[in-house]
Design a binder for this molecule. Structure first.
Ligand SMILES: Nc1ncnc2c1ncn2[C@@H]1O[C@H](COP(=O)(O)OP(=O)(O)OP(=O)(O)O)[C@@H](O)[C@H]1O
Length: 335
């Protein structure tokens, strides 16, 4: 998850640097994504976790250049294997989307056309980027369904989306995302709507696919139980900012930012995957006059450890192995 050190190192599969995305709001500008940075290596799964409204989905859309006006990206860079992709023209971005970086949504029906057979739409997805015959495209689609563990893939190609279960539809969406062996897949709550055992099967499959294909995954979820079993690394978002990051096991075993402490503490052991994180407060915290950026810690109004210094920019405290928290008073310290 750490940025590639120095020159000559293999660049991360996906890297986001200082991303800022905002929307005009009635009370001023909503800084939905406020200076987010992370990197994901080949085959790595990075969990992006936080409560509703923390900016996870907008981060995913921003990476793909899919933020609709009046929302806009005001700063930052998105790099795929070291190559900047934001700021590219619409047609250049369309070539990259689907082929080099793909997205899987919570509702596969967002990407599956209900009136077309699975094979027709997957073959079209193949042919959108590769000049191959219709038969070859169907063969690639069949192979992709087999890869994600769909039984009788040839027969399934003939099905319409409504003839498949929710879990099967999500596997189709993942298979479609994998068709072009993208460098990265952004998965936004892809298993949230599924029952726990199906969810577990798909998570195991995703882990295997990341290892086998080298595709990097950004796994967006509110469900700490999901990422604790799936992700290699975690970024915890609060109010548009990454407040803690590090190896998933370290962040969950020893959370340092008081917000992460609250999140982890709210998930009892034996917690059923899929249960929502408690809403710690409604929406984003208030911003400065006219939506001006508040450079202090935005969690301070809800934080049991807050002191007056928390109104000033929080330092990045390090705990080894890439585990850091943006906090004046991280847990486990006496500061
Ligand atoms: N199209 C939009 N117009 C205005 N504000 C928006 C828009 N999309 C998102 N926002 C705001 O941006 C902030 C971040 O939203 P985002 O959807 O990224 O949160 P999230 O962490 O993905 O939450 P959830 O899990 O509920 O999807 C929220 O305050 C939201 O209201």
């Amino acid at each position: 998850m750490e940025p590639a050190p120095g020159t000559g190192a293999t660049p991360p599969a996906l890297e986001v640097r200082g991303l800022r995305t905002q929307f005009p709001g009635r009370a001023g500008v909503v800084r939905a994504v406020d200076g987010v940075s992370f990197s994901i290596r080949r085959g790595e799964i990075l969990g992006l976790v936080g409560e509703s409204g923390s900016g996870k989905s907008v981060t995913g859309f921003s990476i793909l250049g899919l933020v609709e006006p009046p929302g806009r990206i005001t700063a930052g860079q998105v790099l795929l294997e070291g190559r900047p992709i934001n700021g590219l023209s619409g047609s250049a971005l369309r070539r990259i989307r689907g082929a080099e970086v793909a997205m899987v949504f919570q509702d596969p029906l967002m990407t599956l056309n209900p009136v077309l057979r699975i094979g027709t739409q997957m073959a079209a997805a193949v042919r959108a980027h590769d000049r191959v015959s219709r038969a070859a495209a169907w063969a690639r689609a069949e192979e992709a369904l087999a890869v994600v563990g769909i039984p009788s893939p040839r027969a399934r190609l003939e099905s319409y989306p409504h003839q498949l279960s929710g879990g099967m539809r999500q596997r189709v969406a993942i298979a479609t995302a994998l068709l072009h062996r993208p460098k990265a897949i952004i998965a936004d709550e892809p298993t949230t709507a599924l029952d726990v055992s199906i969810q577990g099967q798909i998570l195991a499959e995703v882990r295997r696919l990341a290892d086998a294909t080298g595709t990097a995954f950004l796994w967006i979820t509110h469900d700490l139980a999901v990422v604790s079993s799936l992700a290699d690394a975690l970024c915890v978002m609060y109010a548009g900012r990454v407040v803690e990051r590090g190896p998933a096991s370290a962040v969950i075993a020893a959370p340092r930012h008081p917000y992460t402490v609250a999140l982890v503490g709210s998930v009892p052991s034996g917690h059923a995957p899929g249960a929502r994180l408690p809403q710690l407060a409604a929406g984003l915290p208030p911003q400065g006059p006219g939506g001006a950026a508040d450079a202090g810690c935005l969690f301070r109004t809800r934080c049991p450890r807050a002191t007056p210094v928390c109104a000033t920019p929080p330092p990045e405290a390090g705990f080894g192995a890439g585990h850091t928290a943006l906090c004046h008073h991280p847990a486990g310290t006496t500061a």
